[in-house]
Write a protein that binds this ligand. Structure first.
Ligand code: ATP
Length: 354
């Protein structure tokens, strides 16, 4: 099939580097003979509302270094309904859109599958600061967010050092503590608490007390937001148990903005190109992934299942189904390797941050 017109959208939480991905999609598509590329505004909401305009090589100039997304993003519950999806399909048909590149997280990929199943081929690009998409080693925006967090913690550390304080910092990462673990190493945090790895609070408090005995003045503790309602209370308990003045800070949405790092711009460019190449080769329902530094792809349904498996959300019936399909072992091995790599980093932070 000849792709005359394609669409590109960004959906779910925004991430630095999304613009670089849009730029790569537009330029690769036009360079490959696609006649028109529609930039769809506000994710699936824009598709339903027919809110889009044509992008050309020049209209994506000067965005590679910008955070956020020039196409804006939104969450759209209407799209999850059959009626909403049918509206989106009709808009694609009316506009002559032959395929869509959807940039976002796992929710965005579910939407992409739904559209593909209704006759509009879609390819997903993983962009979320949390790095919580288990089919890919890396998601666009992750490094920029970590760099922002490390910079903010460095600043907190200066004042903690001056006042001999402890700071408990909550960072983003609902399902994945990757930001917390990596910035923990990068900033010398004395303790890191994430949802997916058991955390021994007493041991952490003893470590903090010992560090103070050893004359450590600045004490940084990082908690991932996935440990719900934990960080603030933990700060109080540290102060009570050790007598060290302890403050709680939640960085919040500042972590989602900012100038994308080179890593994010390059990965977004590579993934943007790969998405268009796959689409024009007649592929659909794929998520572009980076594994061991190589840009590759995976069927979205499989990627979503791996994700559920990694996050321990899978039911026994789903496990049984995967076993029947003969893919359980391979998927399990993938998740185990990912968990082992994360644990190794976590242990490193425990060992060398004293
Ligand atoms: P992030 O993880 O960074 O928040 P995300 O892509 O997972 O990104 P969501 O809000 O979960 O963010 O999903 C983005 C959009 O994708 C939703 O607003 C909705 O329009 C669409 N979507 C999500 N789940 C589904 C689903 N099950 N079926 C169809 N569309 C969906």
């Amino acid at each position: 099939m000849k792709f005359k017109r394609i669409g590109v959208l960004t959906s779910g939480g925004d991430a630095p580097g999304m613009n670089a991905a849009i730029r790569a999609v537009v330029r690769t598509a036009i360079g490959s003979g696609v006649e028109e590329v529609y930039g769809i505004y506000g994710g699936y909401k824009g598709l339903i509302d027919n809110d889009m305009e044509l992008l050309d090589i020049r209209s994506v100039s000067n965005i590679i270094s910008r955070g956020g997304t020039m196409l804006y993003s939104a969450r759209c519950n209407e799209f999850k309904t059959e009626e909403g999806m049918q509206r989106a399909v009709q808009v694609c048909k009316d506009r002559g859109i032959d395929g869509i590149v959807a940039i976002g997280g796992d929710g965005t990929f579910r939407g992409a599958t739904d559209l593909t199943n209704r006759g509009i081929p879609c390819i997903g690009i993983p962009a979320t600061i949390d790095n919580d998409i288990s089919s890919t080693d890396y998601t666009i925006g992750f490094e920029t967010a970590m760099t922002t967090v490390a910079d903010l913690i460095d600043k907190l550390r200066d004042t903690c050092e001056s006042h001999a304080r402890c700071s408990v910092v909550e960072v983003m990462g609902k399902y994945a503590g990757d930001i917390a673990i990596n910035t923990g190493i990068a900033t010398g945090a004395i303790a890191v608490a994430v949802r997916e790895i058991p955390f021994d609070e007493e041991k952490a408090i003893a470590k903090i007390a010992k560090a103070r005995e050893n004359k450590k003045r600045n004490i940084i503790v990082i908690v991932a937001e996935g440990k719900t309602d934990y960080a603030e209370g933990f700060a109080e308990r540290i102060e009570k148990a050790t007598g060290i003045e302890t403050r709680f800070t939640r960085f919040g949405h500042v972590q989602r903005g900012g100038i994308p790092t080179v890593r994010d711009r390059v990965t977004a460019s590579r993934m943007g190109k790969a998405a268009v190449v796959e689409l024009l080769n007649g592929k659909s329902n794929l998520v572009i992934c980076e594994r061991k530094g190589v840009i590759t792809s995976m069927d979205i349904n499989k990627a979503l299942k791996i994700d559920r498996m990694f996050k321990n959300l899978m039911t026994d019936a789903e496990y049984a189904e995967l076993e029947k399909e003969g893919v359980l072992e391979e998927m399990r091995a993938h998740c185990e390797a990912r968990a082992a790599a994360k644990l190794e980093l976590y242990k490193l932070s425990e060992e060398i941050c004293k």
